[in-house]
Design a protein around this ligand. Structure first.
Ligand SMILES: [Zn+2]
Length: 80
């Protein structure tokens, strides 16, 4: 995630970004299957809106680059 302009729910600008958080592991499902490296699950960056609480998960650039070759993901839109 490079930048996030405003909250899509309330249009507020009080957004906070977390440190990278594991997208799977232990007994939890892996929400980014096939996009991690050799050392475990890929990580999310979480953006939280202070005004309304909307929480969004963003895959990191290295995970997005792997999507085109990833077997566990199916493209559902042809638009860029
Ligand atoms: Zn908001």
């Amino acid at each position: 995630m490079d930048s996030v302009a405003s909250c899509p729910n309330c249009r507020g600008g009080n957004l906070f970004r977390s440190q990278p958080i594991s997208a799977g592991g232990g007994y939890a499902p892996n929400y980014l299957p096939g996009l991690g490296g050799f050392f475990g699950a890929e990580k999310f960056e979480v953006v939280l809106c202070r005004d309304c609480g909307l929480t969004r998960f963003f895959a990191r650039p290295q995970a997005r680059e792997r999507l085109a070759e990833a077997k566990k993901w199916t493209r559902i839109s042809a638009t860029s």
